[in-house]
Design a protein around this ligand. Structure first.
Ligand code: PLP
Length: 464
């Protein structure tokens, strides 16, 4: 970089400039479209230039990013985004994220970042406390539930094979004693991906039938043994339903199986006295995966793996090198597949500190109430709710698959709110997932008005 370019903008100046732009973006988020317009997307073409021959001023780069990039974002941080299971960012998490960006910490080892390691020590206790899990569980901060499920499966693989006298770290998976994996027919694709990456082919899986809500039927469980991993689900991505943990867990434990729970969404229901019953018995599992970037409204990317047997997790994840000297205390890197990584515990800590026990419970309960409101008003307007709305997820049909798809498309084009399409138990439907701390009653009302208007128009033009 030439001296003149370096001098053009100091780091502090760039930061101030970026921060001004960020605040402008934030202020505009509550108004206007939730998803970009066609015109906004066309502007992205401006980014397609040849690789620049010479350096550019950082401020000009931020200005371009804001001019072209900001309009092409999806406004997850506003209150009217109900797509996938995407939430916003709590103010404390956002502020912490900004400071952490300036810190630029590598959270791999304590010696690289004492603060990152210390916050993870705190989080280990807080997360277990908030969820009501044994406080000697170990946690790993990963990118999301996909990574958390993967880490869990690598850990389960280690533990079960070690018990069978096989050292998987030394001898690998080829020729290892067989392990059966039991999943529900409504298992999330991320769980399947995690299993595949961990060396369990899809043909190895034993699929258990589910009921109309997508819950595993305990009566249909195959024979379980100490060589079985049972993957339960807390919070189906469409219906929000929970596998009957209280029925399955004791049976699996009696058989000596490893019980894992994909609770990407639903694990946080345990933090609410009102919804905790959905997870009854879940504390008996061996490993749990969840997302902090879903219900707890922590910015991306932040997932959590929680493991009862800390030794098993460490045995599966430890990486050593002459220059990677561990201290005597917990090292973040020994609990995750990653080596170098960002200090994502900073934002999770800030989010949990800002919410506290009561705030976390209220966030869960408020978003569930919004979902209930969506369901009851849509039902009153004559549309079919296809799931029991047990948490924050609503699945609604507007009639035929064609009409439903058209309604979803028109809602997305309208831009007031954003909902996605799905197929639930063979029926084309729209999903509403209320995850954001920022969603207000007014957001729900405004969104409902648009959804109902568009659905009625679409049904009318289809002659329904
Ligand atoms: C969202 C989700 C995942 C995947 O989580 P990522 O954060 O996208 O990795 C896995 N399982 C379930 C049930 C989910 O809802």
């Amino acid at each position: 970089m030439s001296a003149t370019t370096a001098a053009a903008s100091s780091t502090a100046e760039v930061l101030r400039f970026a921060s001004e732009r960020a605040q402008k973006y934030l202020a505009e988020t509550q108004h206007g479209r939730v998803a970009p317009s066609e015109k906004d997307l066309l502007e992205l073409g401006r980014l397609h230039e040849p690789f620049p021959e010479s350096p550019a001023d950082p401020r000009e780069i931020i200005a371009l990013l804001d001019a072209v990039g900001s309009p092409a974002t999806v406004k997850l941080t506003g209150g009217r985004y109900f797509g996938f299971v995407n939430s916003g960012t709590l103010p404390a998490a956002l502020g912490a994220n900004l400071l952490a960006a300036v810190w630029d910490q590598n959270a791999a080892l304590r010696v690289m970042s004492p603060i990152a390691a210390e916050l993870e020590d705190v989080l280990r206790l807080w997360v277990c406390d908030a969820l009501g899990l044994p406080t000697d569980c170990e946690i790993g901060l990963v990118t999301g539930a996909t990574g958390a499920n993967f880490t869990s499966m690598i850990t389960a693989r280690h533990a079960l094979l070690a018990r069978a006298g096989w050292n998987v770290e030394e001898d690998g998976m080829f020729g290892a004693p067989p392990i059966d994996v039991v999943v529900g027919a409504e298992v999330h694709s991320a769980m399947l991906k995690a299993l595949t990456m961990a060396g369990f082919g899809k043909k190895r899986l034993k699929l258990v039938d589910v009921d109309q809500q997508g819950r595993m039927l305990a009566a249909k469980l195959p024979k379980l043994s100490p060589n079985t991993i049972v993957c339960l689900q807390a919070g189906n991505v469409n219906s929000g339903s929970f596998d009957p943990v209280a029925e399955i867990c004791p049976r699996a434990k009696d058989a000596g199986a490893w019980v894992h729970m994909d609770g990407a969404i639903g694990l946080w229901a345990a933090a609410s006295p009102k919804y905790r019953h959905l997870l009854r018995g879940f504390e008996q599992a061996d490993s749990w995966a969840t997302d902090a970037h879903k219900w707890p409204n922590v910015n991306y990317d932040c997932g959590l793996v929680i493991v009862r047997d800390a030794q098993a997790l460490r045995a599966a994840m430890t990486m050593r090198g002459a220059y990677l000297q561990a201290g005597t205390r917990r090292e973040p890197m020994y609990q995750t597949p990653d080596g170098s990584r960002r200090a994502r515990g900073v934002e999770l800590w800030a989010a949990l500190k800002s919410l506290g026990r009561t705030g976390l419970a209220q966030l869960i309960e408020r978003t569930c109430e919004h979902a209930q409101r969506f369901a009851s008003e849509l039902q009153r307007a004559g549309f079919a709710i296809l799931n029991d709305v047990v948490i924050n997820q609503v699945v609604v049909s507007f009639g035929s698959p064609e009409v439903t798809r058209q309604v979803v498309r028109r809602i997305q084009e309208d831009g007031t709110c954003w909902c996605g399409a799905t197929v639930w138990q063979g029926q084309t439907a729209m999903r509403i997932s209320v995850c954001s701390w920022a969603t207000t009653d007014a957001d729900v009302e405004q969104s409902l008005a648009v959804i109902i208007r568009i659905a009625n128009e679409s049904r009318k033009s289809a002659g329904l």
